[in-house]
Design a protein around this ligand. Structure first.
Ligand code: ADP
Length: 406
């Protein structure tokens, strides 16, 4: 009987400003039961896409979904149709991705009023993300007030960075007053991938130094020393660091003064330019690496230059983090570009034989969803492709926190 079964399911919610991504997992064997996405919340053209993985059923609905409350209710309904409803006693908890946990949250945390207040206090440093995450949490709480809700923070893995890496070289009194420091993001992915890379090498995470390159639409690198993050490329916000799909990454801060004083742009316009209209998209009009590679193959010079700028920055971070770590056991490529774009991996590692780094072209060309080595057998440093799984990591961390009581 269902009521006597242990509560082993975790619903993972990733709430954006106009979307909710979700996965329902059974943590007794880490299997996925259902996955889905609600997009364009608040518009006339909202869409819900739901897949039940136990039956293979795929359902799609289009039409207005007014707000997050309506979105989550629609998700709950879909799950119920599959016999996986949120009222099930088998549901142990809801795990929420929360982008900014500041310095306060170093670990996944069971959400109470105080936790909600602190996530709210961090809104000035995460104005786009934390409000949406909060809405998702409050909506889920209203739906199942009795159920533990856990916040898993993108920043948490990076809270081990030493002050020398986390501080900007500005007056600390001003920095502290405004909570300005390097927080880093994608932490759930960096934590998962660095651990999985150690596993691929047959080692414990505490035995290896890994450079993780999370290359999705957003992109970040991290230096992980014996399981602990010691540096990462994103900073106060996800704008710093690598060239991304639409973000510029590093640039001289004076570019901003220049655009304001000489270019006559407002702060909001500059914010939009650097976050939404820069990076690969700003450079060549495309932010999808597949399209960029296709254009390069056709001889498009604009796309080729965008690719070169992307690779140059990536290479600089590999070199920087090699120096930060001193000794490196592995470099792991992950996320949409890192997992799929063999030319990016090849170009990023090219010419680094002096650092013990090489890519085997045959291994690099293999397409697979499994963690794998792409360096030659003789290489001093392993180069790996390690698919990320942020939802599984959020579910694992959530279940580790609440599952103990079962
Ligand atoms: P997000 O940051 O949105 O989570 P993902 O990690 O899903 O991003 O990565 C999305 C990006 O991955 C796309 O914009 C595209 O550039 C890249 N990508 C996805 N599939 C491929 C592929 N087969 N080859 C090259 N690039 C790919």
């Amino acid at each position: 009987m269902a009521a006597t079964r242990a509560a082993t399911r975790v619903l993972v919610l990733n709430s954006g400003s106009s979307s909710v991504k979700y996965q329902l997992l059974d943590m007794s064997d880490a299997t996925r039961l259902a996955v889905g996405l609600v997009e364009r919340i608040g518009e006339q053209t909202s869409r819900l896409k739901h897949t039940c993985l136990t039956t293979g059923d795929l359902r799609e609905h289009s039409g207005p979904i007014a707000d997050h409350d309506a979105a989550l209710k629609a998700v709950a309904e879909e799950l119920s149709r599959d016999g996986l409803g949120l009222d099930s006693p088998e549901l142990a908890a809801i795990g929420h991705r929360v982008v900014h946990g500041g310095l306060f949250f170093t670990e996944p945390t069971v959400i109470d009023d105080e936790v909600l207040n602190e996530i709210e206090r961090l809104i000035p440093v995460a104005p786009l993300h934390n409000p949406a995450n909060l809405t998702g949490i409050r909506t889920a709480q209203a739906l199942r007030p009795d159920l533990p809700q856990v916040a898993v923070f993108d920043t948490a893995f990076h809270t081990t960075m030493p002050e020398s890496a986390a501080r900007y070289a500005i007056d600390p009194k001003i920095a502290d007053r405004h909570r300005i420091r390097r927080y880093g993001f994608h932490g759930t992915s960096h934590a998962y991938v660095s651990r999985e890379t150690a596993r691929l090498l047959g080692k414990d995470p505490s035995e290896v130094n890994v450079i993780v390159l999370h290359l999705g639409n957003g992109a970040s690198a991290s230096a992980v020393e014996r399981g602990r993050c010691v540096d990462t490329s994103m900073g106060l916000t996800p704008l710093e660091g690598l060239v991304m799909g639409t973000r510029s990454g590093d640039l001289d801060p004076a570019v901003i003064f220049h655009l304001a004083r000489v270019g006559g742009m407002s702060m909001d316009e500059i914010d939009t330019l650097l976050n939404k209209r820069s990076g690969l998209f700003g450079l060549c009009g495309d932010n999808d690496m597949r399209e960029i590679r296709r254009r390069i193959d056709e001889g498009d010079e604009e796309a080729a230059l965008a690719f070169d700028i992307y690779i140059h920055r990536l290479k600089k971070y590999i070199g920087a983090y090699y120096a930060v770590l001193g000794e490196v056991d592995a470099i792991a490529f992950t996320a949409g570009v890192g997992e799929n774009a063999a030319p990016v991996r090849e170009a990023a590692i090219a010419g680094l034989a002096g650092l013990g780094l090489a890519v085997d072209p045959v291994r690099n060309a293999v397409r697979s969803g499994a963690p794998r080595l792409i360096s030659p057998g003789s290489a001093r440093v392993a180069v790996a492709v390690v698919p990320t799984d942020e939802e599984l990591e959020i579910a694992t961390q959530t279940y580790a926190l609440v599952g103990k009581n079962d």
